[in-house]
Design a binder for this molecule. Structure first.
Ligand SMILES: Cc1ncc(COP(=O)(O)O)c(C=O)c1O
Length: 433
């Protein structure tokens, strides 16, 4: 049979220009991409198609928990794919049950729903909130200004940033935003229709802002008082990145049960994705035991949620993280990195204003673009220009807003690699000072 459309010519020269031309012609231009095209990676290094090596401190935006081309992930993928790649959620299989068990083990009694992304994990939490409040006519979810919760219609309605909403009106009803870390503002915002509060433990896209202990404890008390769900988006800050499984566990470390009778802090639901699959697309949300059966048979679902393949990979990642104590690595090396970023802020105060974050979720704030002579007058934000200069120096980082540069490296980053990163950041800061 003759092809209706002739097959495309194969890419004979795997070069940057031909790849970019393919994108320009065939890929929806919804991303502002850097002029880099990658071909392969190993651990915390990736190579572009021109053969240049980069130290990856962005980790695919907090995704590549074990770096690139990890042999244990490859092995898990191959072995599971030889047994069973997919069965519908009409049936049972062991990897999904085991992965749910592992997630519960790191949190508290409850149950897990599996999906494919962070946005979907949050969507599930919104449905949980609506189901929870339904019989009393409550449906509203209050979130924080500068939050980010995904790009679906409800995700952008929940996100506390106007730029993601523009052009997609009317917004899904039932979401309002209040300043982050401001308990009185949250209390004032509640209405009789409010069913839940959703926050990130550390705002990621909003510029690396951790919740305070008082805020988390205050929100829990407020939710208990008003009978609302406290939901947390752990998509970026979760999965051992801060040194604990979830960021609230790290933030509240010194506040966990002080007396035998005091209850430990616990949200009612937590969204997860990104590092959970280390690059294999998988998302999940955990629901506390009390509400774990709210979404009964037929209430929610997705074809690919929790496939044997995805769950086998996620299980392997958890196994490696625990065996190699990578949460401790993220904590110790992250704290060292933060100290170094702070040192750079002290040394080059006209370029780097401050360092913030926990573990391997770090950011440094740049001075205003107009105050950095080499950046002044250019169209691009200071964060983008700094990230571009780091590319030239062979390091990948992630911009966040106009002035923050984020580091979200693999949890198995080594000390030597962290030093290599600091040297590059310092050389860029020095060249701008
Ligand atoms: C905190 C947070 N929530 C949700 C999402 C959306 O996740 P996904 O892109 O997998 O849909 C992101 C993505 O950056 C995120 O950082």
């Amino acid at each position: 049979m003759k092809d209706i459309i002739p097959p495309p010519p194969s890419i004979v020269r795997n070069d940057q220009q031909s790849i970019q031309e393919l994108f320009q012609k065939y890929v929806v231009p919804s991303y502002a991409r850097f002029d880099l095209a990658f071909s392969h990676g190993s651990g915390s290094h990736v190579w572009d198609v021109n053969g240049k090596r980069y130290l990856d401190l962005g980790g695919g935006i907090a995704v590549c928990a074990l770096g690139h081309a990890n042999p244990e992930i490859t092995d898990a993928l191959v072995k599971q794919s030889q047994r069973l790649v997919h069965v519908s959620n009409l049936y049972y299989h062991e990897p999904q049950g085991r992965l749910a068990q592992q997630i519960v083990r790191h949190l508290a009694p409850g149950k897990v729903f599996f999906c494919n992304s962070g946005a979907e994990a949050n969507e599930g939490l919104f449905k949980l909130a609506r189901k929870f409040g339904h019989d009393e006519g409550r449906f509203e979810v209050i979130t924080a200004i500068h939050s980010f919760h995904g790009r679906t219609l409800a995700g952008i309605a929940a996100t506390g940033q106007d730029k993601v909403k523009k052009g997609f009106e009317p917004a899904v009803a039932g979401f309002r935003h209040v300043p982050f870390n401001d308990l009185p503002a949250m209390r004032d915002a509640l209405s009789p229709a409010t069913a839940a509060i959703l926050i990130e433990g550390i705002q990621g896209e909003g510029g690396i802002t951790p919740a305070t202990t008082e805020y988390l404890l205050g929100l829990r008390a407020l939710c208990d008082e008003k009978k609302m769900l406290l939901l947390m988006d752990g998509v970026q800050c979760g999965h051992f990145r801060t040194g604990r499984f979830q960021s609230f566990q790290r933030i509240l470390e010194n506040f966990e049960p002080r007396t035998p009778n005091s209850k430990p802090f616990l949200p009612d639901g937590i969204a997860m994705a990104k590092s959970l699959g280390g690059g294999f697309p998988i998302g999940a949300f955990w629901v506390r035991e009390e509400h774990a059966d709210l979404l009964g048979a037929g209430a929610h679902g997705t074809t690919y949620g929790g496939t044997p393949l995805g769950c086998a990979v996620a299980l392997k990642i958890m196994e490696v993280i625990e065996r190699e104590q990578l949460a401790d690595n993220a904590r110790a090396l992250g704290d060292w990195l933060k100290g170094e970023l702070q040192r750079l802020a002290n040394t080059y105060p006209h370029i780097i204003k401050s360092a913030r974050g926990l573990g391997f979720m770090l950011g440094f704030e740049l001075a205003d673009k107009e105050q950095i002579p080499a950046f002044a007058g250019a169209d691009k934000a200071a964060s983008i220009q700094f990230v571009n200069r780091l590319h030239e120096a062979g390091v990948l980082t992630i911009p966040s807003g106009a002035q923050i540069v984020r580091l979200l490296p693999a949890l198995n980053l080594t000390f030597q690699q962290a030093e290599e990163g600091v040297t590059a950041i310092e050389s860029v800061a020095k060249s701008l000072a």
